[in-house]
Every structure is written in C-alpha cells, then in structure tokens.
Design a protein around this ligand. Structure first.
Ligand code: 13P
Length: 252
C-alpha cells in the first residue's frame, strides 16, 4: 500500500531562530500516525533540524543536491554530504530549480541516478507551465518530463522514489489545480508508471500534489483517488496551517 505523505518545502525562508521556532511548534504537536511528515528547511540548517527533531517522527529532507558526487563545484552540496548528516531524501527537479537555475531533464536524471545509487531517496517534481496548459499540451509535457528522467531509472530503485505533481501556474500564486485537474494528471502519471513497470509499482508509488495547498482546499485535493498527499510551500511556514493540512490527509 502506498504512503500518505505531507512534506513542507520551506524554500529560501526562515533564519536559524525562525527555523527552530517553527520546528518546535511542529515537534510539540500531535501528528496523525497514518501520515508521513517531512520538512525541508534551508540546507544550512539541516543538521540542526535533524538534531532538533531527534525524538519526533518528522523527517528532514533536502531541497536540492548536486548532480556530481564531489569536486570543484563551489557552493554546491553533494549526496555524500547529505548522507553523512543523516539525510535520507532530497527534493529533485522543483520548477524553481528548473527555471531559475536552468536544470534540464538531463541534469535531473543524472541527479536522480546519483541519489538512488547512493541510497538517497528522491521526491521528484514535475508539472506543466500555464502556457502548456493553455495550449492543451499538459499531458505531453508531463509525459516528456517523466519519460526522460525517472522512467529511465531501474525498477528496483523505485521504492525510494516519491513523485510530486506541481503545476507551475499554481505555485505561490494562490491558484490551485482543481481536485479534478490534479486527479487527472496523477492518474495519467500513475498510468505511465503502470505501462512501464506494471501494476504493483504503479499502485505503490506515492504521488503528491503541490501548488497553493492551504487548509481550506487540502481535504478536497487529498480525497482524490490518485493523490497521496502534498508538497506544501507557503502554508508549511505557518505551523497551524501545516498541521491542519497534515490532519486533512490523515482523514482523506
Ligand atoms: P506553494 O504551496 O507556496 O504554492 O508552493 C508549492 C511548492 O512549490 C512546493 O514545493
């Protein structure tokens, strides 16, 4: 059975004090036992966050990792570095990485392979831009993003892959995909996995939705058959909102 997951992507927000404050609010709350909860603070505070959450069920994940294992890449962070502080997952291919840092599907495949070969799980993001959707190309774009990246990964590594559908037009805009629009793409993605790897893997892969998930819309989105949880941006910075979203997934 696939897992229910709610992950908070904090992006480039929160200094050290703010990070600890938010972590302490989450740590001291009752979290639904049937939902896996993850937070992704700045890479600078990952180790502090792991230590801070040591007695909690909340997992700390990285927002990004470099596509080479080591070397002269000033300012970058490697898979080995993350593993050495106890990180077991990284977000890969967020649309902000694709657009602001020109990360191509080719680079993302390289990153994904390096992570998975070294035991670092991935939360792999995909999703179309508004112009793609307006032209009716969203299925084609999503299929291309998946087939050139994660579908190239061997089946035996897939237990460490979580997918996250994040339509670019819904990220940070307050505009959310309707539950039907989310379900349509999630089902489409699951079917692509089914065609390549079969029923069992397609049914066991968690697919999260990301893009302006808030306490008021979380239940409707999470209640969709192929939506297993959310990758939350803005609302994950407010403890009460994030906790409410976790609760919504628990009840879906
Ligand atoms: P928002 O929830 O702020 O739209 O961000 C979504 C996101 O990008 C999560 O990775």
């Amino acid at each position: 059975m696939r897992k229910k997951i709610v992950a908070g992507n904090w992006k480039m927000n929160n200094n050290l004090i703010e990070t600890e404050l938010l972590l302490s609010k989450l740590k001291n709350s009752n979290l639904a036992p049937n939902v896996e909860v993850m937070v992704s603070p700045s890479n600078l505070f990952l180790k502090t966050s792991i230590d801070f959450l040591s007695s909690s069920k909340i997992e700390v994940v990285s927002q990004n990792v470099h596509n080479k294992s080591n070397g002269a890449y000033t300012g970058e962070i490697s898979v080995g570095m993350l593993k050495s502080i106890g990180i077991n997952k990284s977000i890969i291919g967020h649309s902000e990485r694709r657009s602001h840092f020109q990360e191509s599907n080719e680079t993302l495949l390289e990153k994904s392979k390096l992570c998975l070969e070294n035991g670092l799980g991935i939360i792999f993001c995909f999703g179309e831009e508004l112009s793609d959707r307006k032209m009716g190309k969203h299925f084609e774009v999503v299929e291309n993003q998946l087939s050139t990246t994660v579908l190239q990964i061997s089946k035996n590594k897939w237990q460490n892959i979580i997918l996250a559908y994040e339509p670019v037009w819904a990220i940070g805009t307050g505009e959310t995909a309707s539950p039907d629009q989310a379900q349509e793409i999630h089902q489409f993605a699951r079917n692509i996995i089914f065609k390549k790897f079969g029923k069992e893997l397609s049914e066991n892969t968690s697919i999260l939705y990301g893009g302006s998930v808030k306490p008021k819309n979380a239940s409707d989105i999470f209640s969709q058959t192929d939506v297993d949880g959310g990758l939350i941006g803005g609302a994950s910075l407010i403890a009460e909102d994030f906790l409410s979203i976790i609760e919504s997934n628990s009840e879906s």
